[in-house]
Ligand binder design. Structure first.
Ligand code: NAD
Length: 272
């Protein structure tokens, strides 16, 4: 169910499914999406300083009446906020906007060259001070992680990357698994741009599920946390309805054959 959780490498529990709110407008739109999700049973929200909607996310949580400790809130430090002192300040701003004392997960949004190691030191301090329950990274390739782990005191709990059947990054996936870093999929629906793929359509028909549900179920069966975005209540509900069916081994393999290095977002090798 939506209450199902993975246990991160520091023992903190994180829901397998959350609501992503990238490109959701601050104010009424984000408040309404988060409120719908919480009503449906979502207990994890993925925002970022860059998304410009942390205030609305915080207000929706406060107004939901759900105990704070039952909701897992992720935010991220943006590229122009990185560096040691800068990150400590950026965290303070995110915390203020969200209206929360403690965040559940704070991520380095992108591996900004020459800076992300300093940024990581700041995240380690925030974690040690108890201001965030887990720290992690986003858009880190294997070589970024290797470099980070060279000096890190704390191993990232999570790496949030673009991940869907057309971009499976098996080597990075294996590396994260071996290091105890939980993989989290962004754009798990491939931004809605692959719903007419013939393999996906065939599976949707076979399981009598929607293409979105097939994609999200594929994440879960691989042990990947997933954060689909929608502002439409019926779709938010649909994207959570993943727990009454199972893809067969063969169909998991079939979906994995879609892999073709197709990115809808930026490439971390050149952006950051
Ligand atoms: P997504 O793959 O979740 O696709 C979202 C789009 O798919 C929606 O805008 C809608 O058009 C469509 N959609 C959603 N549910 C649907 C349904 N049931 N049926 C039909 N269409 C549906 O794309 P995303 O927003 O890019 O990724 C999800 C979340 O991941 C973001 O909101 C954000 O929280 C996170 N993210 C993180 C990064 C990063 O750099 N760390 C980058 C991008 C996104």
């Amino acid at each position: 169910s939506l209450a199902d959780k993975t246990v991160l490498n520091n023992g903190v529990e994180m829901p397998w499914v959350g609501l992503g709110v990238y490109k959701v407008t601050e104010g009424d739109e984000v408040k309404s999406a988060v409120k719908s999700a919480l009503k449906i049973g979502y207990r994890s929200i993925d925002t970022a300083s860059f998304y410009g909607n942390e205030e609305g996310v915080g207000q929706a949580i406060a107004e939901s009446g759900i105990p704070r400790e039952e909701i897992f809130v992720t935010s991220k430090v943006w590229n122009d906020e990185q560096g040691y002192d800068e990150t400590l300040e950026a965290f303070e701003r995110s915390r203020q906007r969200l209206g929360l004392n403690v965040l559940d997960l704070y991520l380095i949004h992108w591996p900004v060259a020459h800076t992300y190691k300093e940024t990581w030191r700041a995240l380690e301090r925030l974690y040690t001070e108890g201001k965030v329950r887990a720290i992690g990274v986003s858009n880190f390739l294997k070589h970024h992680l290797e470099e980070l782990l060279d000096e890190a005191q704390i191993i990232p709990a999570v790496n949030q990357i673009e991940y869907h059947p057309w971009l499976t990054q098996p080597e990075l996936h294996r590396y994260c698994h071996d290091k105890g870093i939980q993989l989290e999929a962004w754009s798990p629906l491939a931004r809605g741009k692959k719903f007419d793929d013939p393999i996906l359509s065939e599976l949707a028909e076979k399981y009598d599920k929607t293409p979105a549900q097939i994609l999200l179920r594929w994440d879960l069966q691989q042990g990947v946390v997933t954060i689909p975005k929608s502002v439409t209540e019926s779709r938010i509900k649909e994207n959570a309805n993943l727990f009454d069916f199972q893809l067969s081994e063969e169909d998991m393999v079939l979906l994995n054959t879609c892999n073709c290095e197709l990115r809808f977002g930026k490439n971390p090798e050149i952006f950051g």
